[in-house]
Design a protein around this ligand. Structure first.
Ligand SMILES: *[C@@H]1O[C@H](CO)[C@@H](O)[C@H](O)[C@H]1NC(C)=O
Ligand SMILES: *[C@@H]1O[C@H](CO)[C@@H](O)[C@H](O)[C@H]1NC(C)=O
Ligand SMILES: *[C@@H]1O[C@H](CO)[C@@H](O)[C@H](O)[C@H]1NC(C)=O
Ligand SMILES: *[C@@H]1O[C@H](CO)[C@@H](O)[C@H](O)[C@H]1NC(C)=O
Ligand SMILES: *[C@@H]1O[C@H](CO)[C@@H](O)[C@H](O)[C@H]1NC(C)=O
Ligand SMILES: *[C@@H]1O[C@H](CO)[C@@H](O)[C@H](O)[C@H]1NC(C)=O
Length: 424
């Protein structure tokens, strides 16, 4: 009995905090896409509003990428994992100061890398006699020549900032632009990961270079690149050295070079059928959901949509729009109430159709308060669950606080045994 009274007290404090705002709505997300050869953390069928998921690639050392569930939608780029290229070393490095119109060549060196079986890296400074190091704040172009041409959607470059602490490095802006082919556009995809490394800081630069179109993907495949060009500039004069170049390509299934994407995102209310694992899927509304898409570019005149893995391991295709056939009543506007005797505080686990339209479906909960939170207290089920179109739970009651007599309130909240309010 006493602990109930303590929670009543806490409840009242909560009510006061919530008084000013309307009600809160929290959705959920299904499983995000999972790249081939990767792990999701955490890996679940369903994620709560605001929850963040990260991905870890099994092979190509991936940078940390996260997505967040916002109103039923995963916010963030499609995540991809690359397959490390193990048999294509660098065979020359040209370093030029390109601040002036005429480049000033600092290094133009043919290299032979000593074997390294531990990592499938194209370049590790420990494998190379020449140290490609510059001390400057000027614009530098690094031309990295490969042994053989390759289509290059992913690569990583690490620099060592010598005698620069991690703290100092955070004040330094080392910009880097990269290009690999006229058919691809490179994006610097991850904020620099800066780590303490041998009396200095290691800076990791990750690039994704996507083909600009299907046609460009084909052209790139026909005439791949054998050079990576990176232009760097430090906002402050520092010494930095090239310490690692790591290359990766997309996963494919042999002869026809069909890309392999992994598992597509799973939305609630949909049935996904695997046509060919990691390659293509057909998607329909689940049995008790209604198809409401205006158009279907994937399979016109049907309610079947397709998700297909295309070049550079990118998903293409659409999801059907489906709405639940059975829903629980929700307030039409902010001020309306399901039950006028109570104030609605919060909906949890609602189904978001889009960023504005949502439905209360099986499993959605609603939480109530008394209308006059300051003078009334609610006893009974403050949370009801939606089941088969009905809000389920016993009807709560609101009592005026004046009807509850305060007998004794001790100062120490920890002293629960004799604490709290007492009814007459
Ligand atoms: C590097 O190798 C290329 C091709 O083998 C050759 O043409 C060039 O002269 C070499 N450069 C240097 C600096 O040795
Ligand atoms: C880094 O510091 C060491 C030790 O003080 C010094 O010998 C070295 O020349 C410094 N290197 C650079 C590039 O400043
Ligand atoms: C770093 O440089 C880039 C490109 O010049 C600029 O857009 C960015 O704002 C700079 N960032 C900082 C922290 O100075
Ligand atoms: C998609 O799956 C079907 C059924 O397995 C298969 O016949 C078809 O070739 C696949 N399409 C592509 C482009 O992979
Ligand atoms: C992507 O799918 C759309 C239909 O949804 C189709 O028109 C387009 O050609 C596809 N693109 C690729 C690269 O397959
Ligand atoms: C969400 O869907 C509803 C119902 O179809 C529509 O009226 C509304 O414009 C949509 N909102 C957005 C942001 O697309």
């Amino acid at each position: 009995m006493n602990s109930t009274k303590v929670s009543i007290l806490l409840f009242i404090i909560g009510l006061v905090a919530n008084e000013a705002i309307g009600y809160e709505v929290n959705g959920f997300c299904g499983r995000p896409e999972k790249p081939f050869q990767s792990r999701l953390k955490p890996d679940k069928a369903r994620y709560a509003e605001g929850e963040v998921v990260t991905f870890q690639c099994d092979q190509y050392w991936n940078y940390l990428q996260t997505k967040q569930c916002v109103r039923g939608e995963w916010i963030g780029d499609q995540f991809r994992c690359g397959k490390a290229i193990a048999d294509n070393d660098l065979n020359y490095v040209r370093v030029e100061d390109i601040t002036e119109e005429t480049p000033n060549v600092l290094f133009d060196t043919n290299i032979t890398l000593t074997p390294d079986y531990k990592f499938a890296n194209s370049f590790l400074s420990s494998r190379c006699d020449t140290k490609f190091e510059v001390t400057t704040d000027r614009r530098i172009r690094w031309t990295l020549g490969l042994q053989r041409p390759v289509s290059l959607p992913f690569f990583r470059i690490n620099f060592h900032l010598l005698n620069v602490s991690v703290d100092e490095s955070l004040q330094i802006n080392l910009t880097a632009d990269a290009r690999v082919s006229p058919y691809r556009t490179c994006r610097h995809v991850f904020r620099d990961l800066k780590r303490l490394w041998r009396f200095g800081t290691k800076v990791e630069l990750n690039f994704e270079c996507d083909a600009n179109s299907v046609g460009d993907a084909v052209e790139d495949e026909k005439s791949p690149t054998n050079e990576i060009i990176i232009e760097t500039q430090s906002s402050k004069e520092i010494a930095y050295k090239l310490i690692m170049v790591l290359l990766a390509q997309g996963y494919d299934i042999g002869d026809d070079r069909q890309a392999v994407c992994g598992e597509p995102e799973e939305h609630y209310g949909l049935d996904m059928r695997i046509l060919w694992p990691n390659i293509n899927y057909s998607i329909q509304c689940s049995g008790d959901w209604e198809y409401v898409s205006y158009t279907n570019p994937d399979l016109p005149d049907t309610t079947i949509h397709k998700r297909q893995c295309v070049y550079d391991m990118r998903w293409n295709g659409t999801y059907p729009s489906c709405v639940p056939k059975t829903v629980c009543p929700i307030p039409e506007e902010e001020n309306n109430q399901i039950n006028p005797e109570f104030k609605t505080v919060r909906f949890n686990d609602v189904f978001y159709f889009n960023q504005t339209k949502w439905y209360a479906i099986d499993g959605t909960t609603v939480e109530y308060q008394c209308n006059s939170a300051l003078t009334q207290v609610l006893l009974g089920d403050a949370i009801h669950v939606c089941k088969n179109g009905q809000w389920v739970g016993t009807e709560p009651n609101c009592f005026d606080l004046s009807e509850l007599k305060v007998r004794k309130v001790k100062n120490r909240a920890s002293d629960e045994s004799s604490n709290g309010l007492s009814e007459n």
